[in-house]
Design a protein around this ligand. Structure first.
Ligand code: ADP
Ligand code: MG
Length: 359
């Protein structure tokens, strides 16, 4: 057993470092699904299929129809800090992808057995590779039949981390988390078709078709009663001055579009889907202020989907290991504008379709 009686400092083995990092990025199956969805979207996919066994604890596959991976890139695929999306730190200011750190696949291949099947449009056949602890396993890529795109197969997540395994919920609980996540992605990306099912079952629990509307997807994921209560919200500011010395830093430029529930709707809990520059994030300050607005109007819990677009250099996406939160300039002012717009909708004339089915 390890005992550090001498208080001497040593550098950790790279493998230990990697295991610690993996533990931060992948806390449960849904985190792995999120990373794989981000990658699939970054690869330009229009169809993503998720299939899950025991809530992802036993098996998790994500199949996309994106651009695939070149043979020569396969040895680097799961290496830590290896990415096709970023070259310099400054690139973060104009990031157009969801990933940027080359951290996810390194973590997944450390926390689980990972198999990858990929085919680019130019390749005649697919390639199948296995990874362990970030490294491509011998004998290397083997040809296989495959459609264009990439499939990630994650087996036995946390096989080497008993503590983490024990901390997970039941298969049903972990599956519910995955479904919730895929639903969020589906609503925020109506240009992409999503399908999520339990391994071996024919009918997916969640299914959306590429090219439908946001509202259609809200209906597909949350049901007709929520969809009927949706009020569209559009708001934009361009260069409006904020208190302080005038400069580009001190002007408000942003746009928001989305849907919020009317006062007829009341959920068991508030549902908030917040997207900032393409990233689905949690924004507690916004959630709290909107929750308070709904409570004061109708004492009910809302459904809110907001898609915020901010100048790239005013958002920092690199503040959280799971990229769950972002930090942005003029947060207070922007949240106040959104709150005001939502208040306006709640007080305004009734424009939802809640009563149609009753009448
Ligand atoms: P990041 O997304 O931050 O670049 P990842 O570890 O998630 O890091 O992925 C590493 C690289 O593997 C990506 O930069 C991308 O080039 C490639 N990749 C990952 N997933 C896919 C995919 N589904 N389709 C095509 N390429 C992918
Ligand atoms: Mg990624």
């Amino acid at each position: 057993k390890f005992s550090n009686t001498g208080h001497r400092i040593v550098s950790l083995d790279p493998e230990v470092v990697q295991q610690i990092a993996a533990g931060e990025v992948i806390q449960r199956p849904a985190n792995a699904v999120k990373e794989l969805l981000d990658n699939a979207l970054d690869a330009g996919s229009t169809q993503i299929t998720i299939s899950v066994k025991e809530g992802g604890k036993k098996l998790l596959t994500v199949q996309d129809n994106g651009h695939g991976i070149e043979r020569d890139d396969l040895p680097l695929l799961c290496k830590r800090h290896a990415t096709s999306k970023l070259r310099s730190f400054e690139d973060l200011n104009s990031l157009s992808t969801l990933g940027f750190r080359g951290e996810a696949l390194a973590s997944i291949s450390t926390a689980a057995h990972l198999t990858v099947i990929t085919k680019t449009a130019a390749a005649v056949a697919g390639l199948k590779t296995r990874y362990r602890n970030t490294i491509l396993e011998p004998p290397g890529p083997l040809p296989c039949a495959a459609q264009n795109g990439t499939t990630f197969i994650v087996d036995d997540l946390f096989y080497n981390n008993e503590q983490r395994r024990k901390a997970l919920g039941s298969g049903a609980e972990e599956y519910a988390r995955i479904l919730d996540l895929v639903g969020r992605y589906a609503i925020s990306r109506p240009d992409v078709g999503f399908s999520c099912k339990k391994q071996g079952e024919r009918r997916p629990e969640l299914h959306t078709v590429a090219g439908t509307s946001t509202q259609d997807n809200i209906r597909a994921v949350h049901g007709a009663s929520i969809a009927k209560s949706m009020l569209p919200l559009e708001l934009s500011k361009s260069g409006e001055e904020v208190a302080g010395t005038p400069s580009t830093e001190n002007t408000l430029t942003f746009s928001v579009s989305g849907f919020v529930s009317c006062t007829h709707y009341s959920g068991r809990k508030g549902i908030f889907l917040i997207r900032i520059n393409g990233h689905l994030v949690q924004c507690r300050a916004l959630e709290h202020s909107l929750e308070a607005a709904y409570f004061s109007h109708a004492r009910n819990k809302p459904f809110v989907y907001l898609d915020l677009k901010l100048p790239g250099d005013q958002v920092d996406v690199n503040v959280h290991p799971t990229k769950h939160e972002v930090v942005f300039l003029h947060q207070d002012e922007i949240l106040a504008c959104i709150n005001e717009a939502v208040e306006g909708l709640l007080q305004g004339p009734i424009r939802c379709h809640c009563m149609q089915s009753i009448a």
